[in-house]
Each structure stands twice: as C-alpha cells, then as structure tokens.
Design a protein around this ligand. Structure first.
Ligand code: MF3
Ligand code: CO
Ligand code: CO
Length: 255
C-alpha cells in the first residue's frame, strides 16, 4: 500500500462528491430533533443521496446495513440507524455520511445536540470540533502527518478528555479507506510528510472518560466507550494543496 497522489481529474471528482456529502449534513439538520428515529433520518439521507446521482458508500460496505452511521452519546462511531432508536432531549448525536459520486468518495460527519444538553456534553462537543480544526491547521506540504494527531491529542488531553486510538482517519477519494492512516494521537514530527494531491480524512473521536472502544457483540458494528461515558466526533475530507489545505466537505465556508 502507498499513498495515492490524486491527479486533477480525480481531485475534481472527489471535490464534487465531498460537496454533496457536506450538503447532506446541511439538508438533514432540519430533521434532527427530539422524537425522530435514526432509521427515518437514514431513509432521508439515502433518498437525498440517490436523488443527487450518488450512492451511499456505507450501504452494504463489509455488510454494514444502512446508508449512514448515527452514533448517540456513549456510541463512539458506526451506530446503525434504526426505526427503534428515537432521539431524546439531552442526546449528543454524530451523523456520518459518505457519498460515491461518479465513482469518487467524500466522507464527513458532525455532531448535533438535541434540546438541552449537559454542560459536560456541550464542552465535549465544542472541544471535539476544535480538535478537528487544530488537525486541519496542520495540513500543508512537508509537514509530518503525525503532527495532526499531536495537535489534536495535546488539546484534548488538556481539556481533560481522551483520544480514541482504535479508529483513525484515512486516505479517501478513489476508495473508501486508503492509505495513509491518520492517527488522532501521535508523536510530534512522526509519520510521512504531506504532499500536494494527497486527500485524507481527519475525524477525531474524543471521549469524556477512558479512550478504549468496545464493539457490540451482537450487531458487530456499534462501537461504544467501555465506561459508558460520552464520545463525540467531527470529520472532514481534506486536500493537501501547494500552499496548505482545502476542506472539500466544508460547504458552509468555515475554512
Ligand atoms: N464513514 C466512516 C468513516 O469515517 C466509515 C463507516 S464504515 C461503516 O470512515 F461501515 F460503518 F459504515
Ligand atoms: Co472517514
Ligand atoms: Co465518515
């Protein structure tokens, strides 16, 4: 395995797919509220994806049964949407969408808060968003990939939180999961140097308590914190440019 440097045609294709993934999260926002099932949200995401000429990458991916991942409270990632799971006041919710448009992949996720959430929950969500931002600010040619995880883990631990190390960001675009692996906790100046044309996700999962993951033995997917404390995640797909970065899934021009 090696890190693919994308050509102009590939970059344009991945840019389009990523834009659609970003738009999906804006579209779904209006529906994410107390009393709604995650199965219903998945249906809306599925239909919007298809109507825009794309395919949800998670559907049937290694047997994953739905068109997005929806992970609530102590679920770290890979929550399976279900008509039986109803959002309730105080929940923190990650929705993770991956599109395939004209064969190219875009991958993004964000947190939603339902009604009134606890101060701790809000602090965790805000800190996790800041972790993604700090990671993105490390993206430029010549910088080591490990500096992304170094920046993230330094901030997360200073806030009293922990960084999940059993799931990582990844190269993306031509395949769903490509090299390199993007660790969200890493040593300063470790890992390969970034080069223009690399495209990868940064998707820190930050825990209120201990960092360890336990995958549900029955469904084989749902990854929870081992102490049942909260976890949050934000994800963007990022292109290394000649001068720095372009956040391909950022459609609200935050970056
Ligand atoms: N979208 C997830 C990621 O960020 C992967 C989900 S794979 C699934 O890499 F099978 F759980 F859907
Ligand atoms: Co990803
Ligand atoms: Co994702």
């Amino acid at each position: 395995m090696s890190i693919l440097i994308k050509n102009k045609e590939q970059i344009d294709g991945i840019r389009k797919s990523s834009k659609l993934a970003g738009e999906l999260l804006i579209y779904i926002a209006d529906f994410v509220k107390e009393g709604v099932s995650t199965g219903y949200l998945d249906e809306l995401i599925h239909n919007y994806t298809i109507e825009h000429g794309a395919i949800p990458a998670t559907l049937n991916y290694s047997g994953f049964p739905k068109s997005c991942c929806i992970s609530i409270n102590e679920v770290i990632c890979h929550g399976i949407p279900s008509p039986d799971v109803i959002l309730k006041n105080g929940d923190i919710v990650n929705i993770d969408v991956t599109t395939i448009l004209d064969g190219y992949f875009g991958d993004t996720s964000k947190m939603f808060t339902i009604g009134q959430v606890s101060d701790t929950a809000q602090k965790l969500v805000d800190a996790t968003k800041h972790c993604l931002n700090l990671g993105i600010q490390q993206v430029r040619p010549g910088n080591n990939i490990g500096n992304i995880g170094y920046a993230i883990s330094r901030y997360a631990t200073a806030q009293g939180f922990s960084v999940v190390y059993e799931f990582c960001g990844h190269g993306v675009g031509v395949e769903f999961h490509e090299d390199p692996q993007i660790d969200h906790a890493a040593r300063k100046n470790s890992g390969p140097a970034m080069k223009p044309g690399m495209i990868f996700t940064i998707e820190p999962m930050i825990n209120e308590g201990r960092p360890r993951v336990k995958v549900d033995e029955i469904d084989g997917w749902t990854a929870r914190t081992i102490d049942q404390k909260l976890s949050a995640q934000f994800e963007h797909t990022i292109l290394v440019t000649e001068t720095g970065f372009e956040v391909l899934t950022d459609v609200s021009n935050e970056y």
